[in-house]
Design a protein around this ligand. Structure first.
Ligand SMILES: Nc1nc2c(ncn2[C@@H]2O[C@H](COP(=O)(O)OP(=O)(O)O)[C@@H](O)[C@H]2O)c(=O)[nH]1
Ligand SMILES: [Mg+2]
Length: 456
C-alpha cells in the first residue's frame, strides 16, 4: 500500500465538479463523490424514491429543485462505495448541457457542505483508495490527452494494467533470485551455491532485454501521445507559408512576395490517418538586423528542436542548390534532426531533374506525395511500442533498472561476493516499486495529477 493512507481521513469531505466541458452540449454531468454525496443530492432531488434507498448502479429520473424552483430535469446515477470510480459513494447528475445550469447545481451543493473538487481530485481519490495504481492514473491522463487513435488505444490497454502486470512479473522474478541468493548468505560459511549462476545470468539478461524494449518504445509512445511535428524552414520567400496553407488546405499564413513577412511562428494541425500532425511555419532564417524578425528567427530555432522532422523549402527557381549552405549550417547545429530538402516552385523550372522531393506549393503539385511521405515517416518511428504507453517517468526508472541489472551481471561475471549482487538486485526491485508508485513522493504525484482537469 502507499504512504498516503493516513491522509484518507482528510478526504472525508464530499467533492463535486462539472465532469463535462463548459459551453452548450446535449448533456452535462456534475459529479459528486464522498461520504455525504448521496444525502447532499437527496436534499434537492425530487424523484420517485429517495436516492439513499436506491441500489448501487441504478439511474433515476427526477427534478433538481431549489427553494421551490425547478433548476432542471435530471438523472441521478448512483454508485455506492466501494463500487465507484473513486471508491467512495458517488452520484453523477446528468443535466441539460448548459454551463449556467451546471453552475447553479454546483453552487447549491456547495452551500450544503459539498466542496469544489480540485483538478484530478476524483482520480486522486481513486488512486488513494486503491482502485487504480499509478501507471493506471497515467493511462487515464493519456486517454484524455492522446492526439492519435493508436495513442488512445494503447492508453486504454494500459488502463487494464498492461505495464503494471509486466513490471510486477519482473519484480517477482528478481525477488525469487534474491531469495535464493539470500539463503546462500545465511550459509555463507559453508560456501554453498543454491542458485546456478548461469541460470541467474540468463534471467537477469531477459529482464534487461525486456526493460530495454520498453525504453525503445518511448519515442513511439510520445508520438502516439502528442502526434507528429513537422517544422517548415528555409530562406524567406522560398514558399514556406504557401506550403503551410497547401498542407492544411486553408489560408492561415500570410503569403507575400516581400521577404520576411512571417514574423512569428504559426502552428496548425491536421489529421492524417488518425494521427495528429502539427505543422509549424517559421520566419525565414537569414542574417538580419531587423529586431522583430530576429525574434521570429529565435523562434525558428525552438521549432527546429521540437520538430520530429524538418522540411527545408528551397526556391528551385533560384537554383537546385540555392539552400545548400543553409542545409549545411542547420545540419551541423542539429546533427540528430531529420531534414528533408523540398524543391519548391516546380512550375517555374524547366526540365530539371531533382533528386529531392519536388512540389509547387502555389499550384498544389506534389502535396499528396508529401503527405504520403509524412505517413511513411510516422510508420517508421512507430515500429516499437505496441504494448506499452511509456512516459518519461517510466523511462527514467527503466534506465535505473537496466543500470542495476547490468551491475549485477558484471558482479556475477567477476565473481564478486553474493552480498553485492543482492544489493544490485534489491535496488532494481526498489526501482520497479517506484515505477509502480508503491512509495510515491508528493512531488511525483503532483506532477502526474497536474495533467488532469477539474472534474476528472
Ligand atoms: N510560382 C510559384 N510561386 C510560389 C510557389 N510557392 C510560393 N510561391 C510564391 O513565392 C512567394 C513567397 O511565398 P511565401 O509562402 O510567402 O514564402 P515564405 O517567405 O517562405 O513563407 C509568394 O509570392 C508565393 O506566391 C510556387 O510553387 N510557384
Ligand atoms: Mg512566410
Amino acid at each position: 500500500m502507499n504512504n498516503y493512507l493516513f491522509q484518507l481521513t482528510m478526504f472525508e469531505d464530499t467533492i463535486c465538479a462539472l465532469a463535462t466541458p463548459h459551453g452548450v452540449s446535449g448533456l452535462a454531468v456534475v459529479r459528486v463523490s464522498g461520504q455525504n454525496a448521496i444525502d447532499a443530492v437527496d436534499e434537492y432531488f425530487v424523484g420517485k424514491a429517495k436516492l439513499k434507498n436506491c441500489a448501487s448502479h441504478t439511474i433515476h429520473y427526477g427534478k433538481f429543485v431549489f427553494e421551490n424552483t425547478i433548476i432542471d430535469s435530471v438523472t441521478a446515477s448512483i454508485f455506492i462505495s466501494p463500487q465507484s470510480y473513486t471508491g467512495e459513494d458517488t452520484v453523477e447528475i446528468g443535466l441539460h448541457g448548459n454551463t449556467l445550469i451546471a453552475q447553479q447545481i454546483i453552487d447549491i451543493l456547495q452551500n450544503n457542505g459539498v466542496r469544489a473538487a480540485t483538478a484530478g481530485e476524483f482520480t486522486k481519490r481513486a488512486y488513494l483508495n486503491g482502485k487504480i495504481d499509478i501507471t493506471q492514473v497515467e493511462a487515464i491522463a493519456d486517454l484524455l490527452h492522446s492526439q492519435t487513435i493508436p495513442g488512445t488505444r494503447l492508453a486504454a490497454q494500459q488502463l487494464y494494467g498492461g505495464l503494471t502486470n509486466t513490471m510486477k512479473s519482473l519484480k517477482e522474478q528478481l525477488l525469487s533470485i534474491c531469495a535464493l541468493l539470500e539463503i546462500e548468505l545465511d550459509f555463507s560459511e559453508e560456501d554453498l551455491e543454491f542458485a546456478q549462476r548461469n541460470e541467474i545470468l540468463q534471467l537477469l539478461e531477459s529482464v534487461k532485454t525486456l526493460t530495454l524494449d520498453m525504453m525503445a518504445s518511448y519515442s513511439s509512445a510520445q508520438l502516439y501521445r502528442s502526434g507528429f511535428y513537422v517544422g517548415l524552414i528555409g530562406y524567406p520567400n522560398s514558399g514556406k507559408s504557401t506550403l503551410f496553407n497547401s498542407l492544411l488546405g486553408k489560408n492561415r499564413a500570410i503569403v507575400s512576395s516581400v521577404e520576411g513577412t512571417t514574423r512569428d511562428f504559426l502552428e496548425e494541425s491536421l489529421f492524417i490517418n488518425g494521427f495528429k500532425v502539427t505543422i509549424t511555419d517559421t520566419a525565414g532564417i537569414r542574417e538580419t538586423d531587423d529586431i522583430i524578425e530576429l525574434e521570429g528567427i529565435k523562434f525558428a530555432h525552438n521549432i527546429i528542436t521540437m520538430s520530429d522532422i524538418l522540411f527545408l523549402v528551397n526556391d528551385a527557381s533560384l537554383g537546385e542548390h540555392y539552400s545548400d549552405e543553409l542545409l549545411k549550417t542547420i545540419k551541423s547545429k542539429f546533427p540528430d534532426k531529420e531534414i528533408i530538402l523540398i524543391q519548391n516552385k516546380l512550375d517555374l523550372v524547366n526540365n530539371l531533374e531533382f533528386t529531392n522531393i519536388t512540389i509547387s506549393a502555389k499550384h498544389q503539385i506534389g502535396i499528396d506525395t508529401l503527405k504520403d511521405f509524412i505517413t511513411k515517416q510516422i510508420a517508421s518511428i512507430s515500429v516499437y511500442g505496441n504494448d506499452y504507453m511509456i512516459n518519461s517517468r517510466h523511462y527514467s526508472y527503466c534506465q535505473l533498472i537496466v543500470d542495476d541489472i547490468e551491475s549485477a551481471i558484471t558482479a556475477i561475471n567477476n565473481k564478486v561476493t553474493t552480498e553485492l549482487v543482492t544489493i544490485d538486485i534489491r535496488s532494481a526491485i526498489n526501482h520497479i516499486g517506484s515505477l509502480l508508485g508503491e512509495s510515491q513522493e508528493d512531488e511525483v504525484l503532483n506532477t502526474i495529477f497536474s495533467r488532469f482537469c477539474i472534474g476528472k
